[in-house]
Ligand binder design. Structure first.
Ligand code: ASP
Ligand code: MG
Length: 254
């Protein structure tokens, strides 16, 4: 049995049909005998829409209120996903960043994770439930919600995987992994089956936006294997593994 963290980005949970599809995928992973913790982003363009709403009221909104607002996006997707898993006949429990034990510094809008103490997530997993955690958010020393910066859910997922001692962190997106060029623009782009952290960091700094840079650095520091793959297909994606690790030994790669 493996412990797998799956992160679903905004495009994978853009509407309720997508949420049902993702729920099925999570249940399939669990029924293969794995424990599954999930990190979700806000649905589709929710975060952008929330920002637009705030700015239409106040051109310079208070940072604390902005983070209070932004964390609402992931609460919607996490609870709907838990309901979809329940409706499909399995058990899930959703947690805010605070409930999942994400402690951050006080930098609203660009907070850094100081510690992750996922006691309630562990408890849910030990009961056989799927644990669903709101990405992109934590809580500061004053007990106020903070956000990690745009695209921060990737980092939430890796930090959770490290804190749980997961076997792999799967990052689900709308393309089949990391390509030599953007496959939506360059039709001859090839998927990279596996790659090490340094090489992906070089690609990221050359402008190919596959993963948040901070998430790869975090994974490298703690040697957490990543699998970037599509939630719209069952094809293997790109494995990002520490040097010397045989990718074939990792769970749920096909
Ligand atoms: N929902 C947040 C954003 O759009 C976090 C994320 O998607 O990773 O930036
Ligand atoms: Mg998003």
């Amino acid at each position: 049995m493996a412990l797998i963290v799956q992160k679903y980005g905004g495009s994978s949970v853009a509407d309720t049909d997508s949420i049902k599809r993702v729920a099925k995928r999570i249940i399939d992973t669990k029924r293969k005998g794995n424990k599954v913790a999930v990190v979700v982003s806000a649905m589709g363009d929710t975060t952008d829409d929330l920002i637009d709403q705030a700015l239409s009221i106040d051109g310079n909104p208070p940072e604390r209120e902005m983070d209070m607002l932004m964390t609402a996006g992931e609460r919607i997707s996490m609870s709907l996903l838990a309901m979809a898993i329940h409706a499909a006949g399995d058990r899930a429990h959703s947690f805010t960043g605070q409930q999942a034990g994400f402690l951050t510094d006080a930098r609203y809008g660009a907070a850094h994770i100081k510690a992750v103490r996922p006691d309630r997530v562990k408890q849910a997993l030990s009961m056989g439930d799927v644990a669903i955690v709101a990405g992109f958010q934590g809580i500061n020393e004053d007990g106020d919600p903070t956000t990690l910066g745009r695209g921060g859910s990737d980092t939430s997922a890796v930090a959770l995987a490290v804190a749980l001692g997961a076997d792999i962190c799967e990052i689900y997106t709308d393309v089949d992994g990391v390509f030599t060029a953007d496959p939506r623009i360059v039709p001859t782009a090839r998927r990279i089956p596996h790659i090490d952290y340094d090489s992906i960091l070089e690609m990221a700094s050359c402008g190919s936006k596959v993963l948040a840079l901070r998430c790869v650095e975090y994974a490298q520091r703690f040697k957490m294997p990543l699998h970037v793959r599509s939630s719209f297909s069952h094809r293997p994606g790109t494995l990002i593994v520490p040097e010397g690790v045989d990718p074939r030994t990792l769970p749920n790669i096909d």
